[in-house]
Design a protein around this ligand. Structure first.
Ligand code: SF4
Ligand code: SF4
Length: 221
């Protein structure tokens, strides 16, 4: 077991080399504070909108999410879940009275996977990376569930794995491409197609069609 710096969150640490964890959430709400950074994958948008009983994906985006501009370009963006304006920057979807997430069954992967840190759980069967959050200190490492067992308990995330990976690959590719006035319209079309205009569906088929279009358009950048 190794405790190392988290490459994505300077000042925080992660635990590597653990095969399983006996973790039970105490519902303290700690991981829903200091937020405003939970990334929404395209398929999260129609799914969460449906879960909240909203009319459309855009209804969800307007009320619960905000745009994050990539490379500082207003035409290339993704969405994250908003934080409330309280001092603790509590996630807008945290219910203080019930001490619970309002979209628990439909929450984005960053929240579902906690305390595991991964975007490629299918490759990891013997060793996991665990976030070194204060609540982990009461958990037994080396006992309990493996990451893969944890994921299989909720097939939603496993079913969607391929399209999440396609989206990540496309975004990484778009980030490294040269941004110019010539291709601004394509970046804008791709961002819109991936995130906006969703009807209320289970998301998967519609997201696949949108990803096909976005991947095709990206070839011309
Ligand atoms: S910080 Fe840990 S114990 Fe608290 S709500 Fe999050 S997962 Fe549960
Ligand atoms: S979506 Fe739910 S679990 Fe995730 S940070 Fe917000 S309230 Fe917490």
């Amino acid at each position: 077991m190794r405790v190392v710096e988290n490459p994505y969150y300077p000042g925080m640490t992660i635990i590597e080399g653990v095969d399983r964890i006996d973790f039970h959430c105490k519902r303290c709400g700690g991981c829903c504070r200091y937020r405003g950074d939970i990334t929404l994958f395209p398929q999260d948008i129609p799914r969460i909108a449906k879960h909240l009983g909203l009319k459309s994906g855009d209804d969800f985006l307007q009320n619960y999410a905000e745009k994050v501009f990539i490379k500082g370009k207003p035409t290339f963006y993704k969405y994250v879940i908003k934080a409330k304006s309280d001092n603790l920057k509590t996630c807008i979807l945290y219910d203080e009275e019930k001490k619970a997430c309002k979209i628990h069954e439909a929450k984005p992967p960053a929240c579902f996977f906690f305390p595991f840190v991964t975007n490629d759980y299918r490759k990891i069967d013997s060793e996991c990376v665990i976030e070194d959050a204060p609540c982990i200190q009461e958990s037994e490492l080396g006992k309990g569930k493996k990451l893969i067992e944890y994921v299989k308990a909720n097939p939603l995330y496993e079913e969607e794995f391929d399209i999440r990976m396609r989206f990540e690959r496309l975004f990484v590719e778009l980030k490294v491409k040269q941004f110019s006035h010539m291709n601004e319209a394509l970046y804008s079309a791709i961002s819109k197609r991936l995130f906006e205009g969703y009807s209320i569906t289970d998301g998967k088929k519609e997201v696949e069609e949108r990803l096909n279009d976005a991947e095709e358009w990206a070839i011309f950048i």
